[in-house]
Design a protein around this ligand. Sequence first.
Ligand code: GLA
Length: 680
Amino acid sequence: MTQPQPNKSYENVRMGVDYYPEHWDEEMWEKDIALMKSSGVAVVRVGEFAWSRMEPRDGEFEFGWLDRALDLFARYGIDVVIGTPTHTPPRWLTAKHPDVLPILPSGAVYQPGVRGHRCFNSRSLRHYGERLIGRLAERYAKHPAVVGWQTDNEFGMLDSQSAQAAEDFRDWVYRKYGTLDNLNREWGTVVWSGEYSEWSEVTPPLGGSPYQNPSFLLDFARFQWETVADFQNGQIAAIRAHCPDHFVTHNFHSYPQRLDLYKVGEALDFASFDYYPNTSPDKAATSPYSGALSLDATRGVKRRNFWIMEQLSGSPGAWMPMWRMPQPGYIRAYVWQAIARGADTVVHFRWRSAHIGAEQFWHGLIDHSNVPGRRLAEFAETSGEVRRLAPLLEGTSPEAQVAILMSHEQLEALRIQKQTDNFDYYENLKEYHRALTKLGIGCDVIDWRQPLDGYRVVVAPHLYLLDDEAAERLSRFAADGGTLLLTARTGVKNLNNVCVMQPLPGLLADCAGVAVREYDPLGRDVVRLDAEDGEQYACSQWADILDPAPGGRTEVLARYGGPVFFAGEAAVTRHAFGHGETYYLGTHPEEEYLRALLLRIAQERGLPHAEGLPAGVQVSVRAGASGAYLFVLNLSRETRRFRLGGAYAEAAGGEGLLGGRRHSGGELELKPYGVEIFRF
Ligand code: GLA
């Protein structure tokens, strides 16, 4: 069967808002929509929580209100994305079919009253959800405003232990292992008398203790990834049956997610992200960098441009005490950061702050007073800029010669068995990404299973679980001329989460050109790291004591120092491997060291990078048929004056597309949250 071809309106660079017509008197709608139009809103998302309005009672569908809202959007030329409302099953459904509700690991029922109370294994949820989605898709397939769909809302893992989840898990395990002998062997259930003698004994991890068999826990996570993907597939089939030319996306959120985004992303046309950079001054130094990673990671889900489906518009609250209000320039700067890293459409959450319900203090563009103010004005100004530059930016995307490998399997396995007190897979990955970002080196963040063609440098933190396929692919990448960077806790286990009985880094030992003789889990203890160039740094979390492989092709780049029993032993190495090279970092060095190492690699490999980037200033490039665009963003709370050195010095000397100022190769001055874009 050929894959339906959705309209490509998702490639438009434009702005939008999230709107909840069901929250407001109908008399307000047209005035709202007219103001949206004049503020530059080109697309809205509606509907993702409105099940009780669409189907107030079993089988009684009421779409009149939605027809009227969508007709108004069509009249004003605003595109609409409909969210499927399965995140909030209505009360009649949960009362009639309690199996819709997840059972939490504690054994408690996840009660209705907030949201997210849906067990992905529930057949009732699937039946009623797909019935409603089918009706919606049929009704709006030809509606002139509707261009696409969002599945559910912010998928995550619930570890539901419902009877249906248990049955589905048992089937999944049976399909994977076939016999109880296989299962018992692969999971190593002999430990603590955990052997299964009947399939009926296989259950989800009841009680939720983190100390249960790690092989079993990892498989339970994998089962849930497939469950969510399958749940979503049901929705997508219901949509595509009527709307083959509509696109389908999902709004991912809050990384890291335990849910495997790549699995859930497979069936989507593109990924979306809900982007809420932290407005607190004490997060000002870190939030722009973790945000940059979230954006790059979202682009990596489909290895293509993406949307922001919810973008910060005002002070967030409700789920926590309110954060600071975004200061002038903040909304605009973060729109440009998202676009710089590959967002095409940026949809803001939300048009107006809710005056009812639990999220009253998660602020929208307009305050409760309904008096349009500073934030809407900034949005409108930014929309104007985005509209002006869209013809240039459409069809462009970030290009990278560096990839960071992200793996939900590693994330989950390292969550199940935390290695040391201070060891965190995603936090460490963040540090590599931050070091690259501070050097102005664009990078993709992709699933560790993806092909590596086209990259010159691959950073692969903590490939704790390995199989032959991954080890061969990575070894081939290095042997064929790539630079591969491996870290401590590589090759420790097989994919069943079982430790391998061979010297680490296991299947990658040849490629790395080292053997781990012994290790010391440092945790929060800090050890000196003496680089061969005489510089001293600090490292923590972990210390692999490395033996370079015989043959002289492995060079020691740093050794442990200070009063530790392994002082003088190798900590960081470089192995000349085939036509390429493999770096092995046996410890977690401080960021300064990572930056120095990555700068050295960038210089040796001729990777474009920036010099002299002050704290909080980020650069990135989008390129395509219309040219290349350098985005320079000051995401700090202070004015930054600096001279942009390195690969982008010349580009930044040209005419800025936003300010229209000339910088003639001299210093750039960017006010707090100031942005400039240069064509080169
Ligand atoms: C999430 C949800 C939205 C809203 C915002 C703000 O991202 O998808 O519905 O709740 O958070 O809390």
